[in-house]
Design a protein around this ligand. Structure first.
Ligand code: IMP
Length: 427
């Protein structure tokens, strides 16, 4: 059994990382969110209640777990406060939260500019969540961003805000949009500092101390490898890297501490926003899967695009993120289909390939090569072990293991915590 587990999405996000992180969180001492911000939507269901978290780590429901929002995140303090209020209103009051003083801070102009930049792209939308994620990361790398720790030093915060506003108001003027005033933002953010200040600290020190003590640490990714700024379907990606490789940099720990990586993978594929998607389906099967899987965005409510499982994508995620195990999610959704397909390669301009092309035009020309397997009709939502599955469902899992070389450690057969079947103990 290993002590540090990274949970990473292997597709285009929404694979069910929230549920699986919550499942393993029972054994964790620390849960760390390492990238992204409130563009993510992690849904967790237990005791008949459904919670949707955006930026708060999934261990928040357990009073003994230390929940860390690490330096690689972009933190929107307004969103954090409203998430905390929503949790507190539902009785989750006893929690431990730590926010990195080095995490980039989302400012009011970021979401305004996110929307404006998207609108300027005309027909070539990225389809962002308009939460200001891209503009906040851009400011971080442009070195004009503000960080969560700045909230603790009002004078420094004021100076950084004035500098940023000089630039942002110039851009807003150029776009013919309303400028933002220093006073309004300063007052709003100082009130947020009063509320959140007690959580802001050096989280790298905290995580390293926990590792030194032998604590069990769960690193929770948002989005998925295909939305990675480096390894995803650029430019139809988010602005951070969800891969396990990004964890050390995004949390301030040594790479050698990552000793186990779990790739979370839906039994099929979904995607929100624009960009190529070789196994995309439309018509009856797509509708069947979308309705059974409730495939509508947690953050934006948009219907998700739906397709068959794509092993070119999964093997890409395995390679760039180093997956030790898989967690197969929403497996019950596929029950009732006559046959199920798995994409094992692409055909690109008449040639069979099994790696993902790097450019969008090539990726768009890729035609999926499928293996087709018998489906199963049985309801599997009450299944408690691999052996209870219908033979066709077992074969579907075996095929994935055979074609990726990765063992399925856990599978999910329904939204509830209890509808989770362990095949191998990993954490
Ligand atoms: P952004 O992260 O808001 O900049 O959006 C960039 C792309 O990532 C868009 O296609 C979004 O739909 C997608 N995206 C961002 N976060 C998530 C997520 O948590 N799940 C699925 N897609 C996401």
């Amino acid at each position: 059994m290993k002590n540090r587990l990274v949970v990473v999405g292997t597709q285009w996000g929404d694979e069910g990382k929230g549920k699986i992180t919550d499942y393993y969180a029972c054994n964790a001492d620390v849960v760390v969110r390492y990238q992204g911000g409130n563009n993510a939507g992690h849904t967790i269901t237990f005791d008949g209640q459904r919670f949707a978290l955006q930026s708060i780590p999934s261990g928040i429901f357990k009073p003994n777990i230390k929940n860390v929002m690490a330096n690689g995140m972009v933190v929107n303090p307004v969103s954090v406060v409203s998430e905390l209020e929503a949790l507190e209103n539902r009785g989750i009051k006893d929690y431990k939260l730590y926010i990195s003083n080095r995490a980039a801070m989302v400012m009011p102009y970021h979401s305004v500019l996110d929307g404006a930049m998207e609108a300027m792209k005309g027909g070539k939308l990225i389809g962002t969540t308009k939460k200001g994620i891209g503009p906040t990361y851009a400011d971080k790398y442009d070195r004009i961003g503000l960080r969560m720790g700045d909230l603790l030093d009002p004078e420094y915060f004021a100076m950084r805000l004035r500098d940023a506003l000089t630039e942002k108001n110039m851009i807003l003027r150029m776009l013919g949009m309303e400028e933002m005033t220093f006073d309004a933002i300063y007052t709003q953010y100082m009130a947020l500092a009063d509320r959140l200040g007690k959580y802001i600290c050096d989280t790298s020190v905290l995580i390293n101390e926990e590792i030194a003590k032998g604590s069990k640490v769960l690193f929770e990714g948002a989005q998925g490898v295909m939305l990675c700024i480096d390894h995803g379907t650029y430019p139809y990606v988010t602005s951070s890297s969800p891969t396990a490789a990004s964890v050390p940099q995004n949390t301030g720990i040594a790479p050698r501490y990552i000793d186990n990586v779990l790739g979370v993978c839906k039994a099929y594929t979904t995607r929100v926003g624009e960009g190529p998607f070789p196994t995309e389906l439309d018509g009856d099967i797509a509708n069947y899967i979308r309705e059974r899987g409730h495939e509508y965005g947690t953050v934006t409510g948009r219907p998700r695009r739906v397709g068959w499982l794509d092993l070119v994508v999964l093997n890409h995620a395995r390679r760039v993120s180093g997956l030790d195990y898989l967690s197969l999610m929403l497996f019950d959704v596929l029950s009732g289909l006559d046959t199920v397909k798995i994409c094992v390669a692409y055909e690109l301009d008449g040639k069979r390939i099994d790696i993902m092309p790097s450019t969008i035009p090539q990726f768009q020309r890729c035609k999926p090569v499928y293996v087709e397997l018998p489906g199963w009709k049985e309801d599997i939502t009450d299944v408690k072990s691999f052996n209870e599955l219908p033979e066709a469902a077992k074969n579907y899992i075996r095929k994935i293991e055979e074609l990726t070389g990765i063992k399925v450690a856990v599978m999910s057969v329904g939204p509830d915590r209890l509808q989770t079947v362990t095949l191998h103990d990993i954490f």
